[in-house]
Design a binder for this molecule. Structure first.
Ligand code: ADP
Ligand code: NA
Length: 328
């Protein structure tokens, strides 16, 4: 079993990114041979600030390591340092059909009404994603609902390439179903996702927040005046309460029902400090490791370079076979 997964290098990582994405990766690295990459090539499909991209790549790598990705176990690298991603992407562009890409709902959503003004890369983005996983003969790819269609496309591209060139080259990747990742909502509005693009800093807990800031943001988090119910069904119409209990459960690695069993009847005056203690206990070590890692950015760059070296070695035979198959 070989898992490949990428994430765009962005700054300002928050609790939602940790519980919804990074924590799953940390668990995954022990269950399968794992390649995790920072999708810096994908980042170029929209307007970027080059200096920010470079800094975010290092910061994201440091964050992943601080959160528990072990670069000796998993292969951690940035896409741009493994040229085979872009090379295979070009080969696969001869296989992918315009009609297939035109049907991608993410393309339609992201380009909106301004298709003429969108970058070509935004359109062919899913072909690069196909290259990202086919290059390593990934057997499994972790996908959220929004990425299912792109994985299907990767399978279609692999199938057509194998058929067109009469080779048994590409493995068809399956979705990797990990335990459902929680969706963490804003601390100010239970109907909005916790997000780095929310203008209110009080809406999210950043992974670099100090203990005091974490406690203060949770104390001020929007809630209601009801005590906690005995089971999850009792939170159905209480999005803010449900979110805080969900955060507790995700941090503790337990279920919402089990959190409620322990806290039923409690008001938020008691629950919030308990949540703050738990959040600080888990996030403080991550923040401290992150701070130390960012004190030596060259060491983080060296981790990525070592990962890229391992990734290049794994990618080389597949790229060579793809080139041979196409007569290059
Ligand atoms: P943001 O919404 O802050 O811009 P991204 O879109 O960069 O975050 O997401 C990076 C990863 O973190 C993705 O895998 C995404 O599913 C996950 N993620 C982002 N926000 C949340 C959230 N509020 N709850 C759970 N997972 C999240
Ligand atoms: Na986003």
């Amino acid at each position: 079993m070989r898992v490949v997964s990428g994430i765009q290098p962005t700054g300002n990582l928050h609790l939602g990114n940790y519980l919804g994405a990074i924590k799953q990766w940390v668990a995954m690295q022990h269950q399968a041979e794992s390649l995790f990459f920072l999708a810096d090539l994908h980042a170029l499909t929209v307007a970027i600030d080059p200096r920010e991209l470079a800094a975010n790549t290092i910061e994201m790598a440091a964050t992943l390591v601080a959160c528990g990705i072990d670069p000796d176990t998993a292969i951690l690298f940035n896409q741009a340092r493994v040229p085979a991603h872009a090379e295979l992407c070009w080969l696969l562009q001869g296989t992918a059909r315009m009609g297939w890409l035109n049907r991608m709902t993410q393309w339609k959503d992201k380009a909106g009404k301004n298709r003429e003004g969108a970058s070509v890369g935004l359109f062919t983005y899913p072909v690069l994603q196909a290259a990202d996983v086919l290059l390593y003969q990934a057997t499994h790819v972790p996908v959220g609902d929004d990425q299912r269609q792109h994985l299907e496309l990767a399978r279609d591209i692999a199938t057509k390439f194998n058929l067109d060139f009469d080779v048994a080259l590409f493995t068809l990747p399956e979705p990797y179903i990990s335990p459902a990742a929680p969706r963490i909502m804003s601390l100010r509005d239970g109907s909005a996702k916790m997000s780095k693009s929310d203008p209110s800093e009080a809406s999210r807990i950043a992974l670099i927040d100090s203990d005091d800031v974490i406690a203060q943001k949770l104390r001020k988090a929007k809630t209601d005046a009801e005590p906690l119910p005995g089971e999850a069904a009792g939170l159905a119409d209480r999005p803010e309460a449900r979110n805080l209990v969900g955060i507790f459960a995700a941090l503790a690695g337990t279920s919402v029902d089990s959190v409620l069993a322990d806290h039923a009847g409690q008001g938020f005056g008691a629950f919030k400090p308990a949540l703050a203690d738990l959040a600080i206990a888990q996030l403080a070590p991550i923040r401290d490791r992150l701070t130390r890692l960012l004190d030596d950015r060259a060491a983080v760059a060296a981790i990525l370079e070592r990962g890229a070296e391992r990734a290049r070695a794994l990618a080389a035979p597949t790229l060579l076979e793809a080139q041979r198959a196409t007569g290059l």
